[in-house]
Design a protein around this ligand. Structure first.
Ligand code: HGY
Ligand code: MN
Ligand code: MN
Length: 571
């Protein structure tokens, strides 16, 4: 059967134009401009050329493109009230932005969106600043063109399956969250263990030769090489989540390699190395303060002191592990011998807006920011809110708030550091009591360890100064320290070549988020691939999203990397 892309590349200009004319309604110039770049290397290349044609156009031309689009509607399944609300909101929208509401009517999987989602999206986008909304409307046009191209060039089959796996796994959530339709899977809860069982089953179904759950709850799948005693490529990410999380953080880095192994298995192919896919049991440090526990155990970094840490219900990690049937004595043996490994690669959703705003599906990570976290307790004096004069208070919460403002100023002053007070609590506080105690967290990050440590030193010095000035005491515990992890140049280049081979522009970028790769970095070379997040890349939030088209490209990139590695006799 002829390849439709070859046909498009070979077609006379008028015929090629006719084939693409409906991609951007009432704007044939977009396809015309893109066709000047023929031959397209891939459908991804075609999509980028179409996007580039719009990006290269003048502001007036882009506005005219938006204004030329047909009116939005009708809402699927809308009743009279919805139709009325749609009419009102679209009128407000047009008055505010000067063009009609534009939205892809199919979601990240390519399936139809319901009326409620579309109305919610319209209502949310009404709050956008005009220039940001113009960019968003153009992104919607590109997404509609991408969906139309599926009709000609086929569905993203791998991407759709991977997307569906995320949906299925998100059915498991911890009590207190599941009932609210929220996704929270913390270390060794029943939901967490159900995820491990499901992942094990899927790995078996994908054709892994060995699948097991190790002594800390990692799910480990091994797909053997074409020869005995071959080196191992490790890949994977975490399956635990933050509270009220998105579905893709961590999990995308498990499912993409699983789908690659499934593809190899279906083709009856073996590579020159074993592939070890690991679903790390704990990275987020939500139930217990320990973080990167799953990947840390593989580098000999499991701290036995963690076993006595207690969760919010007073359950120790030791008790949770025993309840889960894990063999604590087997933890030390999990340490991997680096000599047996080629390296570690991780696919992860970007968790930020860079790729979304650049209009790129993939990014190659150059370095992962270093991070230090603390838990802090400030102690003052609880006293009557009505009778304690303002100059006689020892208010622990105000001191913590003063430090939080300092963290914001000080981190911003570096330009590329970040500082967050993510947890902030007045234990047993009352509306009419001056807070005598305040507990809060510190999360400080920077692209290099030296910059990170300078930030930490300054913040801790300010904490001491504030407490000194206000007559307060404080206690502080460092709960995590992860070194900045620059990508190994050879492995970064492997990702770059794999992305380039897809006809996707290679974009290099740092990671502000921490990842399991920074743990494996301590014993073997590593590099990561980022996948664009939808909704401006929001993450650690239920609106986290990615399309099956972008997931497809990530899977194809990984397959390309695996193939190239298998043929690379220098490894
Ligand atoms: O916090 C982080 O950077 C990661 O998501 N655990
Ligand atoms: Mn995370
Ligand atoms: Mn993550």
């Amino acid at each position: 059967m002829a390849d439709p892309l070859d046909d498009l590349n070979a077609a006379p200009a008028a015929q090629a134009q006719a084939q693409l004319a409906d991609l951007y309604p009432h704007a044939p110039w977009v396809a015309e401009q893109a066709l000047r770049s023929r031959p397209f290397r891939s459908v991804a290349d075609l999509r980028q050329r179409l996007r580039q044609a719009v990006d290269d156009a003048s502001l007036d031309t882009r506005l005219a493109l938006l204004r030329a689009q047909p009116a939005f509607g009708p809402l699927p399944g809308a009743d009279a009230a919805d139709a009325e609300r749609l009419a009102q909101l679209t009128a407000q929208y047009a008055a505010r932005f000067g063009f009609g509401f534009i939205a892809a009517d199919r979601g990240p999987r390519g399936t139809p969106l319901d009326g409620a989602s579309l109305l919610e999206d319209l209502s949310r986008r009404l709050d956008n600043p005009p220039d940001a909304e113009q960019e968003e409307a153009l992104r919607q046009l590109h997404r509609m063109a991408e969906l139309r191209l599926r009709a000609r060039f086929g569905e993203p089959a791998l991407g759709n399956d991977i997307w569906d796996w995320h949906e299925a796994l998100s059915a498991y959530s911890d009590p207190g969250y599941a009932e609210k339709g929220q996704l929270t899977v913390t270390y060794l809860t029943d939901a967490h263990r159900a995820c491990a069982a499901r992942l094990s089953q899927w790995m078996h179904d994908c054709g892994f030769d060995e699948v097991g759950i190790d002594a800390v709850g990692n799910v480990v799948g091994r797909y053997r090489a074409d020869r005995p005693g071959a080196p191992v490529l490790m890949t994977g990410s975490h399956y635990d989540t933050v509270r009220n999380a998105g579905k893709y953080d961590g999990r995308l880095g498990i499912f993409v390699p699983m789908a690659c192994v499934r593809a190899l298995h279906r083709q009856g192919r073996r590579l020159s190395f074993d592939i070890e896919v690991i679903a790390f049991a704990e990275e987020e440090g939500q139930r217990y303060r320990a973080t990167f526990l799953g990947s840390g155990a593989l580098i000999g970094g499991f701290n036995p002191g963690w076993l006595e840490q207690k969760d919010a219900d007073g359950v120790t990690m030791r008790e949770a592990m025993a309840h889960a049937g894990l063999d604590i004595d087997g933890i030390a043996a999990l340490r991997r011998d680096p000599a047996a490994y080629l390296g570690f690669v991780e696919v992860h959703i970007e968790q930020g807006p860079v790729l979304y705003e650049l209009g790129l599906p993939l990014g190659v990570v150059t370095s992962i920011n270093g991070c230090v976290r603390h838990q802090v307790q400030i102690l003052g004096l609880a006293s009557h809110a009505g009778t304690t004069p303002m100059d006689r208070r020892r208010d622990a919460a105000v001191a913590a708030a003063e430090l939080a403002l300092y963290v914001e100023r000080r981190a911003a002053s570096d330009g590329d550091s970040v500082g967050t007070v993510g947890m902030f609590e007045v234990p047993s506080g009352s509306i009419n009591v001056v807070p005598g105690e305040c507990r809060f967290s510190l999360d400080l990050r920077a692209p290099s360890d030296a910059q990170r440590d300078a930030l930490v030193d300054d913040v801790l010095a300010e904490l001491a100064a504030i407490c000194q000035r206000r007559g307060l005491r404080y206690a502080i515990e460092e709960t995590m320290r992860a070194a900045a992890a620059p990508s190994d140049p050879r492995w970064q280049q492997r990702w770059e070549r794999a992305v380039d081979a897809l006809g996707v522009p290679v974009h290099r970028m740092p990671s502000g988020a921490g990842h399991d790769a920074m743990k494996l970095h301590e014993i073997m070379p590593q590099a990561m691939l980022f996948v664009r997040g939808q909704n401006s890349g929001i993450s650690h939030n239920p609106r986290e999203s990615t399309t099956s088209d972008d997931i497809e490209l990530a899977a194809q990139a990984m397959l390309g990397l695996l193939d190239a590695l298998s043929n690379d006799t220098t490894t």
